[in-house]
Design a binder for this molecule. Structure first.
Ligand code: GLY
Length: 377
């Protein structure tokens, strides 16, 4: 990966400073919560509203990144608070799913790696075992979600799951038991074969027959529709396959990440503001800043793994982040969130809002460029 230019370095340093200054104020006035979004600029608290919500680990990730950056004990104490609140979730089978990685990698795994805390190890291994137990041997996939409503999801797998596999890679490294890694790698191979289209775009949902493992079809999921290209799903794909390469060293995963990244580079609009779906109707003006931030972080991960041919990925990551900074960030302390114009999905009403993982991946990406990020995924 190339060195940053003097101008790029200056931008990175200034942005790290803005993150540090804003978040020191924001965390201090929001003790003891787990935010998801903002209402009138102020964080909500999912630890009360929805303690098993899939995003409940990202605040922990932000706090650990800030603790490593600043050494300010406030961030560490708040991060431990998030981890402890997740224990309610760990005792709730319906609240556990393929997203265990998003919850316990930025909380228990981070703390265990740094502090060798036995309770953190216990939590992370429980989460990894539960996730491994979701593996369907007929189709070699980790089942997504649960049957919380009338929808039968026994055969569902989703591209987002790729980002959770590092929990399983970590569990094998920690226990020396290969089962977790074998499951993660088998899922990554199934995803490589069934999610990634000829042109490099990826499906959000692939539906398997849960008894035979046959692929029954794909669904548009949170994107515009079947065959479309949900931008956050593309970003989970770039980053997730790059991570499977990082943890296995197996080049086919790197090649898959590059294939998705090359498609995304061809689809990003000229203004670098990312839509909710790269194939949404032209007249629709819906954006998703989370997809921009996750794509940037994934492209940086990919670029660091490539000895050459990485400049285009780093260039695109910088353009995405600088555009967010200039046009879609709130740096004043009157609001708790950083990123604006985030979206949950195309068809719902969760548009033009703040979402905590947008802030997490923006912070992670900028800190990676500064050489100051903690590896969480
Ligand atoms: N993993 C769910 C989402 O990206 O919205």
């Amino acid at each position: 990966m190339r060195q940053l230019s003097a101008e790029e370095k200056k931008w990175v340093e200034e942005t790290v400073k803005k993150i540090r200054e804003k978040m020191t104020v924001v965390v201090d006035r929001n003790r003891g919560i787990i935010p998801y979004t903002t209402v009138d600029g102020r964080f909500d608290d999912k630890s009360k509203d929805d303690p098993c919500w899939w995003t409940n680990g990202f605040w922990g990730g932000i706090l650990w990144q800030l603790y490593v950056l600043t050494g300010n004990e406030m961030f560490r104490q708040e991060a431990i608070g998030v981890e402890e609140k997740l224990d309610y979730n760990l005792m709730n089978a319906q609240g556990l799913d393929h997203d265990n990685g998003f919850k316990w990698l930025p909380t228990s795994v981070v703390r265990y790696k740094r502090e060798r805390n036995k309770e953190s190890l216990n939590r992370a291994l429980l989460a990894a075992n539960n996730m491994a137990g979701r593996f369907n041997i007929a189709g070699n996939f980790i089942r997504a979600w649960n049957n919380w409503d009338e929808v039968d999801r026994r055969g569902f797998a989703i591209i987002d799951c790729m980002m959770n596999l590092p929990l399983l890679y970590w569990a094998s490294e920690e226990t020396t038991d290969p089962r977790f890694k074998l499951i993660a790698r088998a899922h990554a191979d199934a995803a490589r074969q069934t999610f990634v289209r000829e042109d490099g775009s990826v499906n959000h949902i692939v539906v398997f027959d849960p008894f035979t493992g046959d692929v029954l079809g794909s669904l548009g999921g949170q994107g515009y529709g079947e065959g479309s290209s949900w931008t956050r799903g593309q970003s989970w794909g770039i980053y997730g396959f790059a991570l499977s390469y990082h943890y296995t060293g197996e080049k086919r995963f790197l090649d898959t990440s590059k294939k998705i990244a090359d498609y995304v580079l061809s689809a990003i609009p000229e203004n670098y503001l990312v839509p909710i779906d790269y194939r949404q109707p032209k007249e629709v003006n819906l954006e998703d800043s989370t997809a921009a931030a996750i794509t940037a972080s994934g492209l940086i991960e990919l670029a660091t793994q490539l000895p050459e041919d990485a400049d285009k990925y780093l260039d695109a990551a910088l353009k995405l982040l600088m555009t967010l900074d200039e046009k879609r960030c709130s740096w004043g302390t009157e609001t708790d969130n950083i990123l604006n114009n985030c979206a949950v999905d195309y068809h719902g009403d969760g548009h033009n809002m703040s979402i905590i993982y947008g802030d997490y991946y923006f912070i992670e990406a900028v800190m990676s460029l500064a050489g100051k990020a903690l590896r969480i995924f």
